[in-house]
Design a protein around this ligand. Sequence first.
Ligand code: ZN
Length: 202
Amino acid sequence: MKIICIGRNYAKHIEELDNERPVDPVIFMKPDSAVLLKKNPFIIPPFSQDIHYEVEVLVKINRIGKFIDKKFAPKYYEEIGLGIDFTARDLQSKLKAKGLPWEKAKAFDGSAVIGHFYPKTHFDLDNLNFKLFKNNQIVQEGNTRNMLWKIDEIIAYVSRFFTLKIGDLIFTGTPSGVGAVKPGDVLVGALENNEAFKINVR
Ligand code: ZN
């Protein structure tokens, strides 16, 4: 199983990190060892002083495919979820400055929080609200209508490079409002009115 992540998919998040608006989707991956096991707390790794949450809509691939046309992309997923792409922002900034790959900052153990999945038919995928609460305060609020690349466009694009397999996950990018976590924080993700995950930070 692989996790394919999209970077810079919401204009306001691009602005908050002072990034360039990409011509094509920015793609990176997390290995299966990045998945935070169910019910485990997120433990801040010793190599970073600035771990950020990034709440993101997740897509679970349920068919094998390559070179998928955008109009057939809906056949490749039935379920939508919500998760966190934890990022060591200090490390990522150093790697970005040197033009190096981001893996150490993005793909470390526990960096992929995967919440509950729901049938996609429960939602309007072009107008899907999601939120992240930190200690009961809303810190991120997004809507899929603000994505630069929609889910079906992402599937078409990434499948040009990587064969999608059953069980692969796509993290579709984070809206603005990213920020740091510290031990004791509690993060709760909501997809519309569903609590998709609750994570304790240690
Ligand atoms: Zn992200």
